[in-house]
Design a protein around this ligand. Structure first.
Ligand code: ZN
Length: 466
């Protein structure tokens, strides 16, 4: 088996790894790079493999840094299948269309500028018809089913407990002589005991492991702290009649926040306050969450059985049109605005930030990992003034961070999972999906937990005979 690490190596975005075995070329994930706009724009255009030479893609989950470059494959001659779970397929159907729309809109802006400077215009990365093409190649497979990929390679998905539909990928490759070699790819691992979703599985027998490292150097506070802190922020904005702005990914984080508000209200701990979810994608994603109840844990299933929709509550409103979104600017507080994108790199959250960052009564609540060179990271670092959509704004609003709302496992949960899947055969471990200090922390932890020689590959690094 030969492995090439093409993305999410020494960084958290652009997840893409090539597995070559028994004459097959299989891509694990096909994500978009995010972060520095210009750099990401160029990286995403340079597909590091010829799509026409790939036999299949196996997709761990729908987040755009894992799935967002799939339409580029279809645009450039990919003829294979894309294997994923049914919920991941449904989420990709809405997310890839949204991604095509966003990047076409960004391109229009860039091309307008280039046209005025007399420069040649850029081609789109992909268009809606490329999304149609790639979606027709999707092959949804439920968890635990053995899927034959041909040439002695088989695939099984296990639950990763990260977002709806997220999976651990197990590939078995038959070796000459009959024995199989098992590769396990963690995708993104969820924090156990998070609401709605069942916890990750512990598939056994891996020889080779690719493990994510996003939070390999820290532990999250407990779930109870999250509820308490959210309640505190709500009390605060109710008193101050101000705004709480939560930049959040439309898929995963948003549903988790809605669920927490639902619990606080059902438990009588929070008075309803207007909560606006300002993202058409969030509405669609919440509908996909409602459809795939096979992914729910016991608690969420119980709530459903009581006839309560765990992601709805009094005061909640989904905003659909840009005009409705802008109208929120003129409404007085208190109010909560949950809007994408999660790293403040685009989307409607930008105009809400423009209107709120200057007022010290407002709260900006950061609930997810913020990659380097994003506006979200500059907010966390309390950089002032902030440049938002080309204009500068003083940052006077209070900035808070709740890391426990991250859909990623923390250090303790990563190592609990590692200890649970680690068997006698495990010889090769690759620490991926983390900034350099995180993947290095992970290789150190892996050594402490009994597997020497774990490596943190650099982009493009090739490993033969794995
Ligand atoms: Zn993810």
């Amino acid at each position: 088996m030969k492995l090439t690490f093409l993305g999410a190596a020494q960084t958290t975005t652009g997840s893409m790894h090539l597995v070559e075995a028994n004459g097959q070329r299989i891509l694990l994930d096909c994500g978009l790079f995010q972060g520095n706009r210009k750099e990401a724009f160029e990286k995403n255009r340079q597909m590091p493999v010829d799509p026409a030479t790939l036999d299949a893609v196996v997709l761990s989950h729908a987040h755009i840094d894992h799935s967002g470059n799939l339409p580029t494959l279809a645009r450039h001659g990919f003829r294979g299948k894309v294997y994923c779970t049914p919920a991941t397929g449904d989420l990709c159907d809405i997310m890839l269309r949204d991604s095509a729309f966003l990047q076409m809109r960004d391109l229009e802006y860039v091309n307008k500028k280039r046209a005025s400077q007399g420069k040649n215009l850029f081609e789109p990365l992909y268009e809606q018809e490329d999304v149609d093409k790639i979606m027709s190649r999707f092959e949804p497979e439920p968890l635990k089913r053995l899927v034959d990929l041909g040439n002695g390679i088989s695939l099984v998905f296990h639950n990763a407990g990260h977002i709806l539909g997220s999976a651990l990928v197990q590939l078995d490759v038959k070796q000459p002589g009959g024995r199989s070699r098992r590769l396990l790819f963690s995708g993104d691992l969820g924090q156990p005991d998070q609401p709605i979703l069942r916890d990750y599985d512990y598939p056994q027998g891996a020889d080779v492991l690719l493990i994510e490292s996003t939070y390999a150097d820290r532990d999250h506070p407990s779930e109870e702290d999250v509820k308490g802190r959210l309640k505190g922020f709500i009390d605060d904005i109710q008193q101050q009649k101000s705004k709480l702005v939560i930049p959040a990914f439309s898929v995963g984080r948003t549903q988790r926040i809605l669920y927490t508000f639902n619990r606080l209200i059902e438990e009588g701990r929070m008075h309803p306050v207007p909560v606006y979810v300002d993202s058409p994608l969030s509405l669609k994603a919440t509908q996909v969450y409602a459809k795939h109840r096979e992914c729910y844990d016991e608690e969420a299933s119980d709530i459903l059985r009581q006839g309560i929709d765990p992601m709805r509550f009094p005061g909640l409103k989904f905003i659909e049109t840009p005009d409705q979104s802008k109208a929120l600017n003129d409404l007085p507080g208190p109010m909560v605005i949950i809007a994408a994108s999660g790293m403040c790199e685009g989307g409607r959250v930008l105009h809400h930030l423009q209107r709120t960052v200057g007022d010290p009564r407002n709260i900006i609540l950061i609930v997810g990992f913020q990659a380097e060179n994003t506006l979200g990271r500059r907010i966390v670092d309390r950089t002032s003034p902030l440049k938002i959509l080309g204009d500068e704004f003083e940052l006077n609003a209070r900035v808070h961070t709740i890391n426990a709302l991250s859909a990623h496992a923390d250090r303790k949960a990563l190592m609990r999972w590692f200890d649970g899947i680690k068997g006698d055969n495990l010889q090769r471990v690759f620490a991926i999906h983390g900034e350099p200090d995180k993947v290095n922390a992970m290789t150190g932890l892996i050594a402490q937990h009994g597997v020497a020689n774990a490596v943190a590959p650099v982009p493009g690094q090739i490993f033969e005979n794995v």
